[in-house]
Write a protein that binds this ligand. Structure first.
Ligand code: NAD
Length: 514
């Protein structure tokens, strides 16, 4: 029997007790892995152990896949109506709503983001997304196609791999990643499962080995909501074992992944080499944020700061390359520096804290090595550049200036509170520099000239462009990357396409061949 992790929080911002089962979640039960090995879950604020969880193996992935298939064939998929699935998703949202504080406390402890941010942004947005897809569940339909009077033709948007292919397993597999580097564990969990369940798929999901606790708490919420056994299965484990077993599994018919571009490439290769399962990938970014001379300067400083420091800069969409037109460059830099220095770093459960630790030692070391490379390459550390304190993984908000286009800190995703501020002269110059990247996830444009702002938004090669704002997400609006930032879109009605297969049905209305 797997254990339960119990923690009593007695902090300035949250008092309460949280329980989390530490086993794998298969068929709505917490179970031990087939091996007895475990994974240590560490607290990034102290570097100390929080708890240990079961480590799954490829054998456990097989068991989870069988459970998902059984659920698909008996209680989910074409055996439920969209309205029933929508009701269950609404119940899930209601229970999550009641567990806001608990989910936020776990997220802050495990991931390092502040409790208030976890509660008011991550958990809140996760609930919005579940409700949004609950609304879609009974509105998934195809088209009636006019051909000729002797024929009735229509399409159905079915869960992936179903009717007529019953000999094939019919479930959806997801690897949920991110999070290993201080991302949005609970939010990503929901971005994956909500559209998949709304459209009738069943799921096997691997959370990050670094931040698995909210995924495990969500499993109890799934039980409580009455979602049938086997519809969502969670296997906690490492990427090169469990992740690899999932991406190369012959019986999994689709995979969705959030994580780095390097691992995304491995997943796509494994999918291609196994059963050619379709892949959606939400990968990294090195996102330009463009500020023209005519921008509302104070507003641009606020949003640029939010753009890079949101979630400690550990965000795929972080506005980490800030391009400022020469007329306001000095003024912008002065105000942006003030703002960066004013960020209050500390324990995620402290009062009035803006930034906690990075989510793991590995990520901390990675960011610090980027800062070192910037210094070695000759860039100027305008502010920050150091570790804060000697315990936990805290890093000062850092701004580099005097950078060159070929420096690592300009080209590569750092995934931390580190930006480069670059001067530009005119629109053509900044569009060229902004597009000089193999990524294409997000961008920002600040200008009070609406023609220029829209023209620039259209010329930037990115899946999302925010004009006079940044990091402004809505459940209705698709999110995803151009180029090596990914394949496919999450959120909005666009995500539904990832989770349905289109079937054309031709009905002969009396036409004979002879
Ligand atoms: P990561 O790629 O290091 O790890 C992601 C997941 O992949 C983990 O669960 C890991 O266990 C698993 N994994 C590792 N090797 C694997 C393999 N061989 N096969 C299958 N799975 C394997 O990423 P991370 O550090 O957790 O997250 C940070 C990255 O995620 C950043 O690059 C960030 O930009 C990106 N991200 C993108 C989005 C988006 O929506 N585009 C959102 C969040 C994060």
């Amino acid at each position: 029997m797997p254990g339960t992790f119990t923690h009593k929080f007695d902090t300035p911002v949250y008092k309460g007790t949280v329980n989390v089962s530490t086993g794998l979640f298969i068929n709505n039960k917490f179970v031990d892995g087939s091996d007895t090995t475990t994974i240590d879950v560490l607290n990034p604020t102290t570097g100390k152990l929080i708890t240990t969880i079961s480590e799954a193996t490829a054998k456990d992935v097989d068991i989870a896949v069988k459970a998902a298939q059984e659920a698909y064939d008996t209680t989910w998929g074409l055996n439920t109506s969209g309205a029933e699935r929508g009701d269950l998703l609404n119940k899930l949202a209601t229970i999550m709503d009641g567990a806001r504080d608990e989910l936020a406390a776990l997220e802050a402890m495990d991931n390092g983001k502040t409790f208030s941010w976890a509660k008011n942004v991550d958990v809140d947005f996760a609930i919005q997304v579940v409700k949004y897809y609950a609304g879609w569940a009974d509105k998934i339909h195809g088209q009636t196609l006019e051909t000729d009077e002797k024929k009735l033709t229509y399409t159905r948007h079915e869960p992936i791999g179903v009717v007529g292919y019953r000999e094939f397993p019919s479930y959806e597999l997801q690897i949920l990643s991110d999070t290993s580097l201080s991302m949005h564990p609970v939010m990503m969990f929901v971005w994956k499962i909500a559209p998949a369940l709304a459209t009738g798929n069943t799921v096997v999901l691997k959370p990050s080995e670094f931040t698995p606790l909210t995924a495990l708490r969500m499993c109890s919420i799934i039980q409580e909501a009455g979602i049938p056994p086997g519809v969502v299965n969670v296997v906690t484990g490492y990427g090169n074992t469990v992740g690899a077993a999932i991406s190369s599994h012959m019986d999994i018919l689709k995979i969705a992944f959030t994580g780095s571009t390097i691992v995304g490439r491995k997943i796509m290769e494994a999918a291609a080499k196994s059963n050619l399962k379709p892949v959606t990938l939400e990968l990294g970014g090195k996102n330009p944020n463009i500020i023209y001379n005519d921008a509302d300067l104070d507003n641009a400083v606020e949003w640029a700061s939010f753009g890079i420091y949101w979630n400690h800069g550990a965000a795929c969409c972080a506005g980490s390359r800030i391009f400022v037109q020469s007329g306001i460059y000095d003024k912008f830099l002065e105000k942006f520096t003030e703002k960066s220095k004013a960020i209050r770093i500390g324990n995620p459960f402290g009062e009035n804290i803006d930034q906690g630790p990075m989510s793991s030692e590995a990520q901390f070391n990675r960011i610090m090595s980027y800062i070192e490379s910037g210094k070695t390459d000759g860039a100027t550390v305008h502010t920050g550049g150091n570790r804060r304190g000697s315990e936990g993984y805290f890093i000062e908000p850092t701004i580099f200036t005097n950078v060159k286009a070929d420096m690592k800190i300009v080209k590569e995703e750092i995934f931390g509170p580190v930006s480069v501020v670059v001067k530009f002269e005119d629109e053509d110059d900044v569009v060229r520099q902004a597009n000089d990247t193999f990524y294409g996830l997000a961008a920002g444009v600040f200008s009070q000239d609406i023609d220029r702002a829209i023209r620039t938004a259209h010329r930037i090669q990115a899946g999302t462009v925010w004009v006079n704002c940044y990091n402004h997400f809505k459940p209705q609006v698709p999110f995803g990357g151009y180029r090596q930032s990914g394949i496919g879109r999450e959120l909005g009605s666009y995500a539904l396409e990832n989770y349905t297969a289109v079937k054309a049905v031709h009905i002969n209305l009396g036409q004979r061949l002879s």
